[in-house]
Write a protein that binds this ligand. Structure first.
Ligand code: GLU
Length: 309
C-alpha cells in the first residue's frame, strides 16, 4: 500500500528536491519568473478521502497546460467526440508544446492533439457559452466540482502577463483561423485561454482532481459521475501519449501512469483505480517538466509499483 503517512511522503520529497537546482523556472510568461525554484510540494488523494501531503502545501500555482486536460473534458461533454476530433487530432507530435511546424506541414492543417498549444486553443474555442465570461465561469465551476474546492479562481496577474506576451499562441490562432479550425475572434479566445491557464490551486486540490480521473470520472466522495466514463478514458489516454510534453514516451517507460504537467511546475497524476497525485515544483527541465516532480514520480513509481504497463 503506497504512502500512508505525511512523513513517508516528506522523505520522498526531500530526496527528489535535490534535483531542483538543475532546473530553471519558466520565464517566457514574465509573471511565472517570480516562482521559487527550490520549492517542491506533493499530495496524494485516495478514493476513501484520505490524503497525505509534504512540502509547503499552501503554495498556490497556476495550472497552465494541466488545464488542457480539463478543458478537453468539458469540450467533449459540450460538443461530443465527433465535433472535437474533426478539429483536433489524436496523435503525439514529438515537438515542443508551442511548436507551429506541424500545423503547416501536416495535412489537413489541424493540430495533432489537444495537449499541444495549438490543439488546446482549438479545444478551448469549443467550450460552450454566450461569451468569454460565461465560458470561463463554466470551466471554473467544473474545476471547483473536480477539486471539491469552491473558492478556486484564476490569477489575474499571471493571466494578464501571458495575455500581453502570447505572440506565438496568437500566431497559432491566426493560422488555425485561416484554415477554418477556429472561427472566433482571436483576442477573445486568447482572453479565455490565458485565464484558463492561470486557474490557480495547490497540490492537494490537484491530487483530488487526479483522483477523479483515476476513478474514471467519479467523485470518490459523493459518487457523482463528474466526467462521463468514456471521456475520462480519452483524457487519461492523452495524458499517457502526450501529457509530459515531448518526454511522454520516456515518462511512460519510467513511471507508467497518466500524468499532465504545466510550465508553472505543476504535475497531475492519476494512478488508475488507486489514487491521484498533485505536485508543484517550478524548476523545469529542458522539455518543460518539473525536474524534481519527475524525480519524485520516478521514485514513487518504483517504490510502490505504480506503472500500469
Ligand atoms: N499558458 C502556457 C502557454 O500557452 C501553457 C504552456 C504549458 O504549460 O505547457 O504557453
Amino acid at each position: 500500500m503506497p504512502c500512508r503517512t505525511n512523513e513517508e511522503l516528506q522523505n520522498l520529497v526531500e530526496e527528489a528536491k535535490r534535483e531542483a537546482p538543475a532546473g530553471k523556472v519558466a520565464d517566457y510568461i514574465p509573471a511565472l519568473e517570480k516562482a521559487n525554484s527550490s520549492d517542491l510540494s506533493a499530495a496524494i488523494f485516495y478514493p476513501d478521502g484520505t490524503c497525505y501531503s509534504a512540502g509547503d502545501i499552501k503554495d498556490q500555482f497556476t495550472l497552465q497546460s494541466i488545464s488542457k486536460v480539463i478543458s478537453l473534458a468539458l469540450a467533449l461533454m459540450d460538443r461530443g467526440e465527433e465535433k472535437v476530433f474533426s478539429l483536433v487530432g489524436q496523435e503525439p507530435t514529438g515537438d515542443p508544446f508551442n511548436s507551429i511546424v506541424k500545423l503547416e506541414s501536416h495535412s489537413p492543417n489541424k493540430p495533432l492533439n489537444p495537449m499541444i498549444n495549438a490543439g488546446a486553443l482549438a479545444v478551448t474555442h469549443l467550450i460552450a457559452g454566450v461569451d468569454v465570461t460565461e465560458r470561463l465561469e463554466r470551466l471554473l465551476c467544473f474545476i471547483q466540482d473536480l477539486t471539491g474546492n469552491h473558492s478556486i479562481t484564476y490569477n489575474k496577474d499571471i493571466a494578464e502577463s501571458e495575455f500581453e506576451t502570447a505572440f506565438l499562441n496568437r500566431a497559432l490562432c491566426y493560422f488555425m483561423k485561416q484554415h477554418c479550425v477556429i472561427d472566433e475572434d482571436v483576442e477573445e479566445l486568447m482572453n479565455l485561454y490565458t485565464k484558463q491557464c492561470a486557474i490557480e490551486m495547490n497540490s492537494l486540490d490537484l491530487a483530488r482532481m487526479g483522483c477523479v480521473l483515476a476513478m474514471d470520472g467519479v467523485d470518490p466522495l459523493n459518487g457523482r459521475q463528474l466526467i462521463p466514463f468514456h471521456i475520462a478514458r480519452i483524457c487519461k489516454t492523452f495524458m499517457v501519449t502526450c501529457g509530459m510534453y515531448n518526454a511522454s514516451g520516456e515518462f511512460a517507460i519510467k513511471v507508467g501512469i497518466p500524468a499532465k504537467s504545466g510550465v508553472s511546475g505543476g504535475v497531475m497524476g492519476a494512478v488508475p483505480g488507486r489514487f491521484g497525485i498533485g505536485i508543484y515544483g517550478p524548476a523545469l527541465d529542458e522539455k518543460g517538466n518539473s525536474i524534481a516532480g519527475l524525480k519524485l514520480l520516478d521514485i514513487m513509481s518504483k517504490k510502490y509499483s505504480l506503472s500500469m504497463f
